[in-house]
Design a protein around this ligand. Structure first.
Ligand code: IPD
Ligand code: CA
Ligand code: CA
Ligand code: CA
Length: 255
């Protein structure tokens, strides 16, 4: 078993498990507040992934969202068992399993799987990104006014951002899954996606998928994002990156 196959196979197994409770999740609990929820399926999905990794790579380190699984080291997995828990609870199809593998903080493998649509996004360092069996290559656009983009929901930021761009772009969409939204940039479904505050597990896999597809990724300050910290992100097609960055700078903030 190599690590890429492990990530692909376990995400399909977990996806099959999750689909049984889609829109009818059990044991929903609040984490930090009433908008931040976890279900027994987030926990079970995470356990399934960790168990499979530990079976084949017992010495690897795992950082995962639920249950404080935060073991850091050289051979680092980063897992979000369900990205888009709120969508999953409400029976909205924008959710996914996100599994990444890093060595010495450098991304080697990224897998993002939506079990509802059966879209499998994957990337390996220097070997390209794929959506199911099609290679992903970003097609640049040279004018913001032909773009459709997305922004993560962040209090006091998202509203301002939409107000600033609504007359400059075709439309803005909000999916409710940061990992999927970033993968949609890799797949040319979106031209940009910005997130004011994302955790490592939201982005670790999609980061490599967008990079390998030829996308640009910076934080709101214009620097290379620090994946292992809470970070701001702009995922974009090359020609419109500067415009998006200027708009976020006008609002200020990030992280
Ligand atoms: C959330 C989703 C959502 C984003 C939040 C994330 P979760 O992840 O990606 O789109 O706006 O910031 O926390 O909690 O569903 O894994
Ligand atoms: Ca969560
Ligand atoms: Ca997440
Ligand atoms: Ca999650």
């Amino acid at each position: 078993m190599n690590r890429l196959n492990l990530a692909v196979e376990i995400s399909k197994t977990v996806g099959f498990y999750l689909m049984q409770f889609f829109g009818k999740a059990k044991n929903i609990e609040e984490k930090e507040n009433f908008q931040d929820l976890v279900t027994e399926h987030d926990k079970k999905a995470q356990e399934m992934i960790i168990q499979e990794i530990k079976k084949y790579f017992p010495d690897d380190n795992i950082l995962a969202e639920e249950n404080n699984t935060k073991d850091m080291g050289e051979n680092q997995w980063v897992i979000d068992p369900i990205d888009g828990t709120l969508n999953y609870i409400h029976g909205l199809p924008n959710f996914c399993i996100s599994i990444a593998y890093y060595e010495n903080k450098s991304p080697l493998i990224g897998v993002v799987y939506n079990p509802f649509t059966e879209e499998m996004f994957l990337a390996m360092k220097n070997q390209g990104a794929y959506l199911n069996h099609s290679k992903l290559e970003i097609k640049d656009i040279n004018d913001l006014k032909f773009s459709i983009g997305s922004v993560g929901f962040s209090r006091k930021f998202t509203g301002k951002f939409i107000e600033k761009v609504e007359n400059k772009v075709q439309r803005i969409r909000i999916l409710g899954s940061a990992a999927l939204s970033a993968c949609y940039v890799a797949a040319n479904k979106f031209d940009f996606f910005i997130a004011k505050r994302a955790n490592p597990w939201d982005i670790a896999a999609a980061y490599l998928i967008v990079k390998e597809a030829g996308g640009e990724i910076i934080n709101f300050q214009g620097n290379t994002p620090k994946i292992f910290e809470r970070e701001s992100y702009i995922f974009s097609k090359p020609s419109i990156l500067e415009d998006i960055k200027n708009i976020t700078n006008e609002i200020g903030g990030g992280v």
